[in-house]
Design a protein around this ligand. Sequence first.
Ligand code: SF4
Length: 496
Amino acid sequence: MIHVSDILHAQRCKRYAWNIKNNRLKQEGFYHLDMSFSSLWSRFLKVEESAKGQVGDSNEKSEALLKENDWVRFARFEYRGLRTKIALIRKHKEGLDLYYPYLSAYPKENEIINIQIDVKILENLGYKICNIYSVYLNKDYVREEELDIDQLFVLNDALFNRRNKANKTIMELLEACDPIDLDEIIRETDKIIHGEPEDPVRTKGCTSQRKCAYYDFCFNEKDEPNDSILFLTTSRNKLDAYEMGVRRICDMDPDLFEGFPLQYAQYMASKEQRPFCDLFALDTWTETIQYPISYLDFEWDTFPIPPYSGMRPFDVLCFQYSLHVETQEGSLSHMDFFSTGDCRQAFIESLLENVPKEGSILVYNMEGAEKLRLIQLGLQFPQYAEQLKQIYSRMIDLSKPFEHGLYYNNAMRGHFSLKNVMPVFSSDYSYKDLDIQDGMNAVHAYRHYDQANEEEKQYIQHAIRVYCMMDTYAEYIVLHGLLDYMKELEKEAEYA
Ligand code: SF4
């Protein structure tokens, strides 16, 4: 027995399909969803009282449900060992209409593969499909005091292309699909997930966009040298070069580099076996930094369903910040904020009170993160917009020297997150010693906070605060690591 999702996984990567079936990872959701999504779209479509299929239902059971009801949710169907579940079906004289709800504001055209397989299963069982609809979240909806379910969702007969344009109806997309041999696909997928696992093959799909959750299971890179060709960034040719036996970045044919500054930095660090530093560019960058220096970091959670007024679908809510402030005299102080519920205004007021009114504010990777959060908060609370602007207009992105190849150390192994960069400059501190070791762990701990007992609450709050504090302390270490290295190079140049 296989499910349509097994086919979709196998199309992505055979080993991935096998892993999902045989080596399931425990993963918490990326989004914070307190209520059942199906109950929300059921309310929107006014089908809360409709008949419902159950796990393991046979075709006969689903057929009986459709005979007795015009609307059926979660009906199960099976064709030659391939099972599927359709979120919502409407039966009428001409045939069936199918409804596909998506926890997304722009369900993409590639969803058509799933729909094509479902339609093929239903047609093979003798059903006629008349219309197909998508139901998704309305990105323009701004919540008021109460959630307006009619405004929250959109009902459409189309899916979106890469540019978020809904140019083609689902029926048109279906017509344009290449025909599929479902029997052959079922045989193939069954063999993949129930047979011996194939050896994993490194492809761009393993790391493009979000790194595959199984990457570390599939490939042990611990024994790779720090300047392994596998760690070369944005390279189209590195995997072929690796297959041909090239192991280190400096051993790759120079003609195969795309020529990005960061690749040059990686090449030079590999060739010289010492950190690469563009001293002039780094000096220009550091000159923009003014005292007092604030090191700032936020933690937030993402809500597909806006929980509070002024929020839109997929808005985020900041529940924590950490702030270290360094004076010109060298003193370092720390302040922070943590709260749950609708803490947006308290978060803003605390931030405005604690962030110094002058000097630079260093943030690691601020554009899509801290800066954007403050812009969004300014839109939700216009009375603070100008003061928040005063903060984000003084922000300087500490990740830029690394992303732009002003500094590269082989020990970074092609990674540019704060967690990978800090150990390059100090071995005294490690995220590995903390109870919470990354941002998603902090978010998951925060999600459990309100349900926890008093003792657990104290533990969670402490762990999140320490984690966030480590982030801003790491920013301090990284900046001073860069400054110290620049001094070292300047001394070397003096004695040369
Ligand atoms: S890491 Fe690559 S080979 Fe392994 S499961 Fe993921 S996509 Fe497939």
